[in-house]
Design a protein around this ligand. Structure first.
Ligand code: AMP
Length: 487
């Protein structure tokens, strides 16, 4: 596998700008769906000389689609060069058979993006890439750096011109020039602060990195003689890979034709995994630190029923994020569990622009009530979280219009009061409803008959993991790193 000089062929996409809430292709942008909340991204990687690595990466990204729907991309190396293809849209919109057939090689990385830092433009789609001498590196990032200004200054570039992921690619590329991966990463990675689960590659190495606090997940698996990296275990399951283990916080895994090596370049390692991975982000069929996400969410619902009981006829989940907690609530409260809302699962970022009248219906684009299940009933509605409160308010009004006599809202996490700087772009503090209002005020605003949030202790206990291993900043204000941004 010789690395020869090669410029990455980047096919597809074009720059997109925001004009009156529509991008240049007339698709609705964030401005139209102003209530959209940024979320974590998905990263993936495969090393396997005898495998169809681009196809495996496609399916890995397909399983990780819930972590980001704004753009998708794959970088693949055949040893001689690296090819990157990325574009705005869902994985199945960006790639087809023909595109995948053009991505031939023995190692690949992939990325699903939901914008955090930077606008939702094509330029910010990942993998980001850079040519260094006779090789090209590509990088996929899940998380958010908290020291981008310092990093940009150190590199002598304007911060506004590069996303945090591009800054990392640039910094790694410069360090790698003339040396090997072990040495370069040991020097450059400790200069990054914040959240970064990365898959990186060059012509013949696949690398996995997890920041020393392990904010975002990253797992290692094995498939048909090849090695796999994935944000979540569901990305391994879909391609029939065996789970080996989680990448430890602060660990770097280097995979090449000589095998798999692990290095630990950080001095202060202390696990602080995002508790919201358990509440909302991760897919329920994934496992984390040996715990099933689905089972943990059920336990959250069971605890919620004990902490905030409700005298009702039916328990209704807000699909899909509220389903396991609603199941747990119903079982613990011995109240029938009913599907009272149906979610359209096929909404991506790039569907046809709705009319103004449809936009005013807001949440109906995503959720529709089953009137027969709600009419004349006292309902407890269970969801995982309230961030800004706008979707929830519309939803409550819809459930009432469908004929529910009483609506009691139960949330399987504590009030979300503090902005996240580690990969979840939930907006500024004043945009978070629980930072401005008490629980009673929120109940009034939402026009519910009662409102109950799960306690932080209840949430942590439901995960069945040592509570000291979590970042709970969004719920407690206890940030595990120094934050230079005003909040
Ligand atoms: P809202 O009432 O507008 O705050 O929206 C609440 C809904 O947002 C709940 O159904 C949550 O499951 C969902 N949610 C929570 N966190 C996020 C996130 N980071 N991105 C997108 N949706 C989220």
């Amino acid at each position: 596998m010789m690395a020869t000089s090669y410029t990455p062929a980047v096919i597809g996409g074009g720059s997109m700008s925001d004009i009156n809430g529509l991008d240049h292709m007339g698709r609705p942008s964030d401005a139209v769906f102003g209530e959209e909340i940024g979320e974590s991204c998905g990263v993936f990687g495969v090393f396997g000389p005898d495998l169809d690595v681009a196809r495996l990466t496609y399916f890995g990204l397909f399983a990780l689609q819930h972590r980001g729907q704004e753009s998708a991309g794959i970088a693949v190396s055949d040893g001689a060069g690296v090819t990157v293809y990325k574009d705005l849209g869902l994985v199945a919109q960006v790639f087809d058979e023909q595109r995948l057939a053009g991505l031939d090689g023995h190692l690949a990385i992939g990325h699903n993006r939901y914008s955090t830092t930077g606008s939702g433009s094509w330029e910010n789609a990942q993998p980001s890439y850079r040519a260094i001498g006779d090789r090209t590196i590509a990088l996929s990032h899940n998380g958010n750096l908290s020291n981008t200004s310092a990093l940009a200054e150190q590199l002598g570039v304007l911060q506004e011109t590069l996303s945090d992921s591009e800054l990392m690619t640039e910094a790694i590329g410069r360090e790698l020039d003339g040396t090997d991966w072990e040495r370069a990463l040991a020097r450059v990675l400790p200069t990054f602060e914040g959240a970064f689960s990365l898959t990186i590659m060059d012509n013949d190495h696949l690398i996995g990195v997890r920041d020393p606090l392990g904010f975002r997940p990253l797992v290692l698996g094995r498939v048909d003689g090849g090695m796999v990296l994935s944000s979540e275990t569901c990305g391994l399951d879909i391609i029939g890979a065996d789970f080996i283990r989680e990448i430890a916080p602060g660990e770097v895994i280097i995979i090449d034709e000589d095998g798999v090596r692990s290095i630990h370049p950080f001095t202060n390692v202390k696990q602080r995994t995002c508790v919201f991975e358990f509440v909302y982000f991760s897919r329920p069929d994934s496992t984390m630190s040996g715990q099933s996400i689905h089972a943990a969410r059920r336990r959250m619902g069971e605890r919620l029923a004990v902490e905030h009981p409700a005298d009702v006829d039916v328990v209704v989940p807000v699909p899909e994020s509220g389903i396991p907690a609603a199941q747990g609530f119903a079982a613990a409260a011995r109240v029938p569990y009913v599907d009272g809302l149906v979610k359209n699962r096929y909404i991506g970022r790039t569907f046809i622009s709705p009319t103004q009248q449809m936009r005013d219906q807001g949440v109906r684009m995503k959720l529709n009530p089953i009137t027969q299940e709600l009419e004349g009933k006292r309902v407890v509605l269970v969801d995982d979280s309230i961030v800004r409160g706008s979707t929830t308010r519309q939803l409550i009004s819809m459930v009432k219009k469908a004929g529910a006599n009483e609506v009691h809202l139960r949330i399987s996490s504590p009030p979300y009061q503090w902005p996240c700087f580690y990969g979840m772009d939930t907006g500024r503090r004043e945009e978070l409803i629980a930072s401005r209002m008490t629980v009673d005020e929120i109940a009034d605003f939402l026009e519910v008959d009662s409102l109950g949030y799960l306690s932080l202790d209840g949430l942590l206990a439901a995960t069945a993991i040592d509570p000291n291993r979590f970042c709970t900043a969004c719920l407690s204000g206890d940030y595990p790193t120094a934050i230079s941004v005003s909040r």
